[in-house]
Design a protein around this ligand. Structure first.
Ligand code: GLA
Length: 656
């Protein structure tokens, strides 16, 4: 089946000599390799898959079974007929399931019609090919040419459920990167309900690691936290429904205790997803470590009828033998070249000025043009109009959802203002928050059932707003129509796509009772759908994602919007910690970073103008203040900063 019929092992290797996937028929072993990394999988005696090795590249051999450690102990259960001794409790597994004697946390749980949750996916066939397939509508890393990578698909089947499981692995030639995802296709007559489907699970024979995570809160996003692995489970998660969150980033790394920035072994695990996630390590009492990454099972249940498939998001695994710095460099390059898309991919970013901290909601067209004119004088290239331009949005109590310009503030509309800004010699950008609604809005009055919430229960609010039910296509369609009209009529070069609250009372009035476990994932698919429509229709627009600052800074967003507002906290000193942590995974070109006024509006701290710029250079660079309020001397400095960034932004953002 599959690859063996398509291309011989020799041909596959010769064509791309530094990278390949080998299958050793005799020992039923797969070896994915490039110059830096090896990943070895074996089909075990029970037909399940063993995760034999993941780490520094090792020479290929026919037989890798010396890497299998047999540990039979009293209390372990043997899962093959006697005299076999194979047990799941002490075996490193590729995709552990529930019910056959492995008492660690499984990667997959399912409820069957019989009530049983016992599963046994065994190997059926495999396929190998050059390049990498998309997993649309989910975002994923892609190849620019088939020569860059090769892919292994392992096809497994559970005979009792009549369900297929496909585990997909892609290895790249140039990077120590392996991507993984899983898909479940149900073929049985009776439906099944998926309760947990992780994107990946990897195991190590030892526990000599520190777990690195990026955690924090609003205004202190992605601080680097490290802790030693111990027996038992250590995990981070996001379960707010609308984004990965300010609390924990969908990423963890395992580093050897002696590893530093420049040396030592580090394994990175990053999830290309914006919704609920779980990133977990589990150390067994035999000192083995299991790492899992995927959609969080909390709030998730996915009924599959015959013929239906569920596709997980993608996990991106990076192996570094040269410390944290190399891991970051690999993520940066991969995400810049193989994840970001569109006209702005690998392009230096325009220097912008955003009016939010200059005016908040209080502006007129005259005031905006005044700020824009000064920005132009300083060499700024793009003016961004933030919140407050639509409906009755003069504060954050009302107007969200009504994407119609407020003619009292802007008599010539966005169409007129954008043309006037362009006449000044600047590009024009606009803020939107498309996933939300205030109850005091025409949209809510017309469609009160379009918000997420349980009929009859209190509907929690945040910043006086509610979450629109993007799991429903008609809601996404409506918002698309409204906002695309504004864009079509105007001259818009940039959009800041904000999202300012987490989901509560997760329930869709548009879904049946047995579909409610799908709502949070479908919500995120709705967000991706709207992004897809807008980026396809307006490919020249530069999108910047934002979520109360940096609460949705994840790889999936970069697939649609190649930059993200890193944090609402614009204080230079605070930003040093935030941007440092963010840079563990995300490239500088993706980090929105601006010079703002002092005393800083979030921290009330005053830092020199030069310090603020020195921090903002390490990102997209821009200003978040009214330059009219600066002294002559300060304005001179700003002009020098802008000139400096224009000279070096290619080096900082794109090269390397
Ligand atoms: C969020 C964003 C800010 C600003 C405001 C506008 O807080 O993070 O940058 O756009 O919304 O309401």
């Amino acid at each position: 089946m599959g690859w063996r019929k398509k291309v011989s092992a020799g041909l596959f290797k010769r064509r791309i000599s530094n990278m390949g996937i080998l299958f050793h028929q005799e020992t039923k072993t797969f070896h994915l390799y490039n110059k830096e990394v090896s990943y070895i999988i074996r089909i075990m005696e029970n037909g399940q898959l063993e995760n034999l090795y993941y780490g520094k590249a090792i020479r290929d051999r026919e037989d890798f079974t010396h890497l299998h450690e047999e540990m039979s102990r009293p209390l372990t259960s043997v899962c093959i007929p006697e005299p076999g001794v194979l047990n799941m409790q002490c075996t490193k597994q590729e995709y552990p399931v529930y019910g056959t004697g492995d008492y660690r946390s499984p990667a997959f749980t399912v409820k069957q019609e019989s009530g049983s949750k016992v599963v046994n996916f065994t190997y059926v066939s495999h396929e190998m090919y050059h390049g990498k397939k998309a997993i649309t509508p989910l975002p994923a890393v892609y190849t620019n040419s088939d020569e860059e990578a090769c892919t292994l698909e392992l096809h497994l089947h559970d005979q009792m459920m009549h369900t297929d499981l496909v585990l997909t692995y892609t290895i790249f030639e140039e990077y120590p990167v392996i991507t993984r995802h899983a898909a479940v296709c149900h073929k049985g007559e009776e439906p099944i309900t998926l309760e947990k489907v992780m994107s990946m699970s990897v195991e190590f024979q030892d526990m000599d690691f520190e777990m690195v995570q990026l955690s924090g809160a609003w205004a202190r996003e992605r601080y680097v936290k490290e802790r030693k692995l111990e027996m038992g489970i250590q995990a981070i998660q996001g379960i707010n429904g609308t984004g990965c969150g300010a609390e924990h980033n969908p990423f963890l790394a395992l580093k050897r205790p002696e590893a530093t920035e420049q040396q030592g072994e580090v394994y990175g695990f990053s999830l290309v997803y914006s919704g609920n996630f779980l990133a977990q390590t589990e150390v067994s009492t035999f000192d083995m470590t299991r790492v899992m990454l995927g959609i969080h099972p909390e709030g998730f249940s996915w009924k599959l009828e015959k013929g239906e498939t569920f596709q997980t998001p993608e996990a991106v695994l990076v192996y570094s033998d040269k410390g944290l710095n190399k891991m970051s460099q690999v993520y940066h390059r991969l995400y810049r070249r193989n994840l970001m898309r569109g006209n702005w991919k690998e392009q230096p970013r325009p220097i912008l000025l955003n009016n939010w901290e200059a005016t908040y909601f209080d502006f007129t067209e005259e005031k905006i043009l005044d700020i824009a004119a000064k920005a132009k004088e300083a060499g700024v290239e793009l003016f961004v109009l933030d919140d407050g331009w639509f409906g009755t949005r003069n504060d954050d109590y009302r107007g969200l959802g009504d994407w119609v310009v407020n003619l009292e503030k802007l008599p010539d509309g966005i169409a007129g203002l954008s043309r006037k800004v362009e006449a000044l010699g600047l590009k024009f950008g606009l803020w939107v928050e498309l996933e939300m609604v205030n109850k005091d809005s025409d949209l809510y009055r017309a469609h009160p059932d379009w918000i997420i919430g349980v009929p009859g229960r209190f509907e929690s609010h945040g910043r006086h707003q509610h979450v629109l039910d993007f799991s429903r296509k008609e809601v996404v369609d409506y918002i698309y129509e409204m906002i695309s009209k504004v864009i079509r009529e105007s001259r818009i070069s940039y959009i800041k796509w904000d999202m300012n609250r987490y989901m509560t009372e997760p329930y869709s009035r548009g879904a049946a009772a047995d579909e409610q476990g799908k709502v949070m994932h479908r919500y995120i698919l709705g967000v991706y759908d709207l992004y897809t429509r807008l980026t396809q229709e307006f490919p020249e627009i530069l999108f910047e994602s934002c979520a109360s600052g940096g609460a949705r800074f994840d790889p999936a967003m970069l697939f649609f919007a190649p930059q993200t507002w890193t944090s609402d906290d614009t204080d230079a000193s605070e930003r040093a910690k935030i941007q440092y942590g963010t840079s563990y995974v995300y490239p500088l070109v993706s980090m929105g970073s601006h010079v703002s006024a002092v005393p800083n509006h979030q921290m009330f701290r005053s830092t020199p103008l030069s310090t603020r710029a020195n921090m903002a250079y390490f990102g997209t660079f821009g200003y978040e203040l009214d330059l009219n309020l600066l002294s002559e001397e300060e304005l001179k400095q700003v002009k020098e900063q802008v000139a400096f960034m224009k000279k070096y932004r290619k080096l900082i953002q794109v090269d390397g």
